[in-house]
Design a protein around this ligand. Structure first.
Ligand SMILES: [Zn+2]
Length: 477
């Protein structure tokens, strides 16, 4: 009896599902808004001294993709920023929810930074009035990109493919022989890593893998006209900037090349044209392998080479994609509480000594920066909450977190995900700093040194990875 009731129940669900599938209409649209800052806005981080803005080499944008199926509407926005704080993104999300009459609620929005270093770090709010003003405008412009796409939704189809580009990526952390790495910024010895800071005469090998996968998410209208091509790759940035100049780096050149090459010859003013978007996967420990093509680049040239090459490769794959007309869309987000590596009494005493003392006493050329960072971190709370997201679009999945993620984490998520077509987006929905796995913390190096750019507990990577995997499993059910 129980079984027959259960069967009837399942039968009813099945009919309901078939009906809703038959009526489902997948719709999509994309748009971009220029977010280039005014002269004077800060481009500085504590180590990269790039700003204030004096010129725009190439404009930076917020690029939005809005997708809808079965009345679930989501937005994915990728911004040409070094990073952005949760306050800025949350402000943008509130505006989007409000201006779309909650058709796109706050919980259905992913906003991430690309990590071009030649763009503002929209995070240390209160630094200067001009920065605060830019952060406010930024949130409004991010929202404007989504609102524009939202007003252009049209029947569409979506598909995914990927290819590999191993020669364009290098791990930037090197494992060295014991005793060959100099003292770290705190004067401690015994580290095994040479990274962006430090020297060693005993380099053995790269300290981690790279993820050479280039993911392509393609959205077209039902006649096959491109609406959006969203790329995802795992290179920190290309660089080769000039001080004070704003640039979207290779992320911008990729997007521009997609738009130039796929644009309709006879563009219909009533039909929005294609938008290119480039997102960053896991770039915490990987750099661009600029000389891989045997070429030398002057300022701003490497990014052009990278961006255009990747766009042409992505375009070549579009024909092999099989598209879905009625994908299920789901997005879930969870808050994860993580402890902060605040300085202890000894570190604070060291910090005060360094800040009061002469340069000749510093153990490392960046010691004063890290002494200052220790003071900032001492004001951080004991723990912070990070927003994690998992998105399902048919048989495609996206996992995101606010950190600069190491390649091994992304590779593991892709390997363990119940969705074969999975990619990750970092620096999403806020800023959580570098995310070295515990093993990398034990080896040391720049990315592990406590600062506002690396402040989460040593086990944060494992906790975030496992949480994201459980969220992907939840989407599969
Ligand atoms: Zn960086």
């Amino acid at each position: 009896m129980k079984i027959s009731i259960f069967c009837v129940f399942i039968f009813c669900i099945s009919i309901t599902h078939q009906n809703s599938t038959a009526q489902a209409e997948f719709r999509a649209a994309a748009a971009k808004v220029d977010i280039s800052p005014a002269n004077g806005v800060s481009l500085d981080g504590s180590i990269s001294k790039n700003g204030p803005v004096t010129s725009i080499h190439d404009p930076i944008h917020a690029r939005a993709l809005v997708l809808e199926s079965d009345s679930t509407r989501i937005a994915i926005v990728i911004c040409d920023l070094c990073m952005a704080g949760r306050e800025v993104f949350d402000h943008a999300k509130q505006l989007i929810q409000q201006k779309t009459n909650s058709k796109i609620p706050v919980s259905n929005i992913l906003i991430a930074a690309t990590h071009t270093h030649a763009a503002p770090r929209a995070i240390h709010i209160g630094k200067k009035p001009i920065d605060d003003e830019y952060h406010r405008l930024l949130a409004e412009k991010i929202a404007a990109a989504v609102i524009q796409a939202n007003s252009q939704l049209a029947p569409a189809r979506i598909g995914y493919t990927s290819f590999e580009k191993p020669k364009l990526i290098a791990c930037r952390r090197f494992l060295c022989k014991p005793g060959t790495v100099g003292p770290n910024v705190f004067g401690e010895t015994g580290e095994r890593i040479k990274s962006v800071a430090g020297t060693s005469s005993g380099v053995i090998e790269p300290a981690g893998p790279t993820d050479p996968q280039f993911s392509v998410l393609s959205v077209q209208n039902l006649a096959g006209k491109p609406i959006c091509v969203l790329g995802n790759f795992s290179v920190h940035y290309c660089g080769g900037y000039k001080r004070g100049a704003v640039s979207a780096d290779y992320f911008g050149y990729f997007s521009e090349a997609i738009e130039t090459n796929l644009r309709s010859r006879q563009a219909d003013p009533q039909v929005p044209d294609v938008i290119g978007i480039m997102s960053n996967g896991t770039s915490g420990n990987t750099g661009a392998f600029r000389k891989s093509a045997g070429q030398k680049f002057s300022a701003f040239e490497a990014m052009l080479f990278y961006g255009r090459m990747l766009a042409m490769d992505a375009i070549k794959t579009l024909e092999q994609i099989s598209y879905q007309n009625d994908p299920t869309i789901q997005i879930i987000e969870r808050e994860l509480q993580l402890k902060v590596r605040r300085p202890d009494k000894n570190r604070l005493a060291w910090s005060e000594k360094v800040l009061a003392g002469p340069r000749s006493k510093w153990p490392h050329r960046w010691s004063k920066i890290y002494a200052d960072e220790a003071q900032h971190l001492s004001k951080y709370p004991e723990s912070v909450s990070l927003k994690l997201q998992a998105i399902r679009i048919g048989d495609i999945a996206i996992a995101s977190c606010p950190c600069e993620v190491f390649a091994e984490t992304g590779l593991e998520i892709k390997k363990q995900s119940p969705f074969k077509k999975t990619f990750t987006i970092e620096l999403a929905n806020g800023y959580g700093g570098y995310l070295p796995p515990r093993k990398q913390h034990e080896l040391g190096g720049y990315e592990t040194w406590p600062a506002r750019s690396s402040f989460l507990e040593v086990d944060a990577e494992e906790k975030i990875r496992l949480k994201l995997l459980s969220m992907l499993e939840e989407l599969k059910r």
